[in-house]
Design a protein around this ligand. Sequence first.
Ligand SMILES: O=c1[nH]c(=O)c2[nH]c(=O)[nH]c2[nH]1
Length: 316
Amino acid sequence: MSNPSVNVYLDKQEYGKDRVRLLKVHRDSKVHRVDDLTIRVLLSGASFTTSYTEASNKAVVATDSMKNTCYVLAKSSKVVDTLELFAAELGNHFVNTYAWVEGAHVTIIRHRWARMIIDGKPHTHSFWRDGDETRQTDLLVKRGSNGRRSIELKSAIAGLLVLKTTGSSFEDFVRDEYTTLPEAKDRILSTCVDANWEFNIPSVSTENLAATLAQIPFNNIYDSIRDVTCKTFAEDESASVQATLYKMAAQSIQNWKWLDRVSYALPNRHFFAVDLSYFRGTKNLAEHADVYQPLADPSGLITATIARAPGTSARL
Ligand SMILES: O=c1[nH]c(=O)c2[nH]c(=O)[nH]c2[nH]1
């Protein structure tokens, strides 16, 4: 039984539509492009309190209308191919259209469609899914006083699965009575990269918001972070996932003045050489290894956020 003498209050709330699926086809040239998106829009503000506490829907913008708005804006938008700008268009729309909306939180996931290569040539209008990796953005636009807007913006790569067959070691770690792992001079390294980066965006007036965001080369930053991630993974003589992660993140902060913090979560997907000595003394361990058993579970998990030291500027 609940105790009615205990007072409670609505501490926080966000509501909206999740998993809005949308494909935008760009037919502006003979070479078509597609953006396959999953969108979440969540609204917040004190006016929504009564929908929870007093069953009043007077302030409630139906989540069905939010879904419709995603399609309407995708039709007119010129920036669907830049997730961050499209998220800002959507978020601003809700804050600008409904005076009582204090915050709009928009998350967009972009699913991959790679152009088909047919007879050695990129096809104009056929695509294939080259993996589960996604590009993502998460934007919170908040109404400030005097028509100002503050924006918290984070973008991400999720699910980029990579593997290398040499150039990775793991040695000199703690050895005690719990340790069975042998030192590895040369091992398989495989991870599924989750990376995210926070943009440093000043609070601006509503009129200046689009211009401020338009200065940031979001697509180039995404491409560059993906390239740095892959190049560092491939070329680093890795002493550990930790050391390789740090190099990846540091380089992107040094490259882009818009970024203050870059985070990675890297599972260490283990591949253990199979001991084949039971079969006619076959050598398959250490330097003889070429048959491995991928271990589904458990994996290591190495996470870190690397931040710009105050007062240091970027190369670009
Ligand atoms: O790169 C690694 N970091 C670790 O912390 C660790 N621990 C472990 O068992 N293997 C590895 N590999």
